[in-house]
Design a protein around this ligand. Sequence first.
Ligand code: HAM
Length: 419
Amino acid sequence: MTIKAVRGVHDILPPEAPAWQRVEATARRVCEAYGYREIRLPIFERTELFARGIGEVTDIVQKEMYTFEDRTGESLTLRPEATASLLRAYIEHGLHVQPKPVRLYTLGPMFRYERPQAGRYRQFHQLNVEALGERHPAVDAEVIALLVELFRGLGLGERLTLQLNSLGDPPDRAAHREQLVAYLRANAARLCEECRERTERNPLRVLDCKRPECQPVLDAAPALADFLGREAAEHFGRVRGYLDAMGLAYVVNPRLVRGFDYYVRTTFELTTTELGAQNAVAGGGRYDGLVERLGGPADPGVGFAVGMERTVLLLGDTTPGTQPLALLIPLGDEAVRRLLPVAQAARARGLAVDVGYGERKLRGELERANKLGVAYAVIVGDTELGKGEAIVREMKTGAQRAVPLAELAAELSALGGRA
Ligand code: HAM
C-alpha cells in the first residue's frame, strides 16, 4: 500500500507554483509599499494562547484545533490562525516600543480541523497583515486599502466585493446579545439545530447561518447596528468616510460576523460568488483589547488574513511558468565536456539552461527540447567539435546557424536578454 497525504491537506505541484509565487510576490510588494515589515512565526504554540486569544467558545477552539501533548506533557497546538501568535511575539519581543502603528505581515500555513471541501482545507495558507498600537479609524481604512490594492494588483479587484460592518464595543455587544438571545429563543422552533445550539453558546454566530429555512428569522433579528454606542458609531462613520475619500467601494453588511471573539468595531470580508460556499477570500477587523488580554500593554490592533488557496483558485491557470531558455545537446562525451562549462557560465548569469548527457540520439534530444518548451536547442557533435562550432536551432522555426564555441556563452546571454 502506498502512503497518501492526510485528508484535507494538499501538495502544491510545480505547475501551480508560479501562481503561488505571483500571489506571494504581489503580497510582499504591496505590504512593503504600505510600510509593513515581515515577521516569521512558529507554526505551533502553547494551546492556551489560542484559547485565550481566539475565545473558548468559538468553533475554532472547541472543535477545530490540532492539539497534542509533547513528550513533557505540555499541550501544544498547530496554529489555526496567526493573529494570536503575532501578538504573542509582539509582546514577547517588546515590539510595542517602536513607533506606532507597528506594521507587520506574515505568510504561512494554518491548521484547522474542518470538513474539507472545495476551497476549504485542513492545512491552508494565509497572508496576515496587522497594524498594532493605533486606535485611529484611518488605520482601519489603510489596512482595508492595502487589502484592496493587493487584489487589484492581481487583476482580481473587479471580481470581489468588500463587505463592511461594525461589531461595536463590548458593552454595545452585551446589550445586543441580551436581546438577540431572547429573540432567538422565542423563535427557536423556526431555526435549525445548529442555530439553536449556537444561541446558547455564541449567539452572534447564529447570524452567520446560511440555511434558507433560518433566513426569515435571522433577517428580522435585532441588528447590532442599532446598539452601537456613540464612539463606535463615530469610529465606523469615519472609517467609511476615509474609504469613500480613497474611492474604495464597499457594502455595509449588518450580518457580517466573524468566527473569533476578539473583534470590536470594524470588521470586513472580501467575498466572491465564484467559489461556492467558501465565499470569503479574506477577512479581518479591529481587535482592541486583545494585546492586553494576552498579557501585553493596552495596544489596540487591526488587521486581516487572506486565504492563499482561494486567491490562487480565483487566479486560475493564467500565470505562465518560466521555461528554460535552451537545451544544450552534446553528442558524445567530448561534447559534454565542452558544453558543461558553457552551461555553467550561462547559469551564473541567471539564464535557465538544461544540458544533455551525450548518450541519447539527436532525435530523442530534440523531442526532449520540444517537451521542455525551450526556445533554442544547441547541438554539438563530432563534426561541430572539429570546426570549433555549435549549431543553434530556434525551436519554433527550425532555423539553424553555426556559432563559434568560444562565443556560445555570450550568444546565449544575448538570446536570453542578459548580455
Ligand atoms: P479567517 O476569516 O478565519 O480570519 O480567515 C481568513 C481567510 O483565510 C478566509 O477568508 C479564507 O479565505 C481563509 N481560510 C480560512 N479557513 C480556511 C480553510 N479551512 N481552508 C482554506 N482557506 C481558509 C482569520 O484567520 C483572522 N486571524 C484574520 C485576522 C487577522 N483578523 C485580524 N487580523
